[in-house]
Design a protein around this ligand. Structure first.
Ligand SMILES: [Fe+2]
Length: 358
């Protein structure tokens, strides 16, 4: 922590305010020099909602290769509000965020700028990036089902649509319907089944819940373990985080109590989402921001992402973590995330309309 503390002390008041809600990584002189040079600086300023444990090795490797220093501000929450408040004076050159919802919300607020990059076009499949370069996926995760080994028979639940079937009453657990992950999932169902199909699904799912939506993704798997419900919805990487959790070994039992099911394998495929990056409209070190995103989409960085966080590399051909590989291959929904993002507003309203959380 001493490095972090030291950097917070040495930077300007403006960034110190920013740092209150987060963590400055490798940040000495961050803002002063940014303001001083509009281009050509050997540094770049990053706002990240991705955690330091994950980003630190990636950014160190980038700096070692390019000589470009990265000043990272970790923000668990509030990035959008902060960028809005800072406007064109924001020190941020680029952002890293999870879920298409968060990236799309920054774009909709006019905070991002388009980027043209042959490297990014080549490394990242078109499905996982904005068609005009407003944001780029860097890792992929599927939103899957965690089914009780004891109480869900093989083949009993194979589709998201099955969660809303009449026979599932009282058997399903899921986090808040308004969480970005679930809004994106519902948006993908609007794309697949239309608004009427999605409305029926949201109503049916709500009717089948074992309890009011609460907790995070892991808490749903815990509830399956404890017998509160038989099947839960969650992102893939949580299986890895629970199964290998030495800090809280109880989570290993939660993981052992479930089978993971990749939904809709016989039809459109499982809903996949991304964590990704985008260049801000305020960027003063745009070239370095693009260079960093390009680096993060390359083989070396993709390998680090895969090893440290149990996510799927976005770049085809990069090896999976052995545990992730053990879950088997799966078919991903081919819908473009940019198209799914367009349905998020309707999905969010739909969650309210069916009083999903009440
Ligand atoms: Fe997550």
């Amino acid at each position: 922590m001493s490095t972090y503390a030291r950097s917070v002390k040495t930077i300007s008041t403006k960034l110190a305010v920013i740092a209150l809600g987060g963590l400055v990584w490798s940040g000495a002189n961050a803002v002063q020099s940014t303001a001083a040079n509009a281009s050509g600086a050997k540094e770049v300023n990053l706002y990240s909602s991705r955690q330091p444990f994950l980003m630190k090795p990636l950014l160190s490797a980038f700096t070692a290769e390019t000589g470009v220093k990265v000043n990272m501000v970790y923000m668990k929450k509030g990035m959008l509000e902060r960028l809005k408040a800072e406007g064109r004076n924001s020190p941020a050159d680029l952002i890293l965020a999870t879920d298409i919802g968060n990236l799309h919300n920054h774009d909709a607020a006019g905070l991002l700028q388009p980027v043209m990059s042959a490297v990014l076009d080549s490394n990242i499949p078109a499905q996982y990036r904005h068609p005009k370069g407003h944001w780029f996926g860097l890792t992929v995760r599927a939103r899957i089902l965690y089914a009780s080994k004891a109480r869900v028979k093989a083949g009993e639940i194979t589709r998201y649509e099955d969660l809303a079937a009449p026979g599932m009453k009282g058997r399903v657990c899921i986090r808040s319907g308004k969480h970005v992950y679930n809004i994106s999932l519902l948006a993908s169902i609007i794309v697949a089944d239309g608004i009427d199909g999605a409305t029926a699904w949201a109503k049916g799912l709500k009717a089948n819940l074992a309890r009011k939506p609460q907790g995070n993704d892991r808490a749903q798997v815990k509830a399956v373990y404890q017998g509160e419900c038989d099947v839960a919805v969650g992102n893939t990487y949580y299986m890895g985080k629970m199964a290998t959790n030495e800090k809280d070994p109880g989570q290993k039992k939660w993981a052992q109590s479930v089978n993971i099911i990749f939904p809709n394998q016989a039809d459109r495929g499982a809903h996949v989402n991304i964590s990704g990056a985008a260049v801000t409209k305020s960027a003063k070190n745009k070239a370095n921001a693009i260079r960093l995103i390009e680096y993060l989409s390359g083989d070396a960085a993709q390998k680090i992402y895969a090893e440290r966080n149990f996510e799927y590399p976005v770049k085809p051909g990069v090896a999976l973590h052995p545990l992730v590989a053990s879950w088997g291959t799966f078919k991903a929904d081919k819908a473009y995330l940019a198209e799914i993002a367009q349905e998020r507003t309707r999905a969010s309203k739909l969650m309210d309309q069916v009083s999903f959380n009440n």
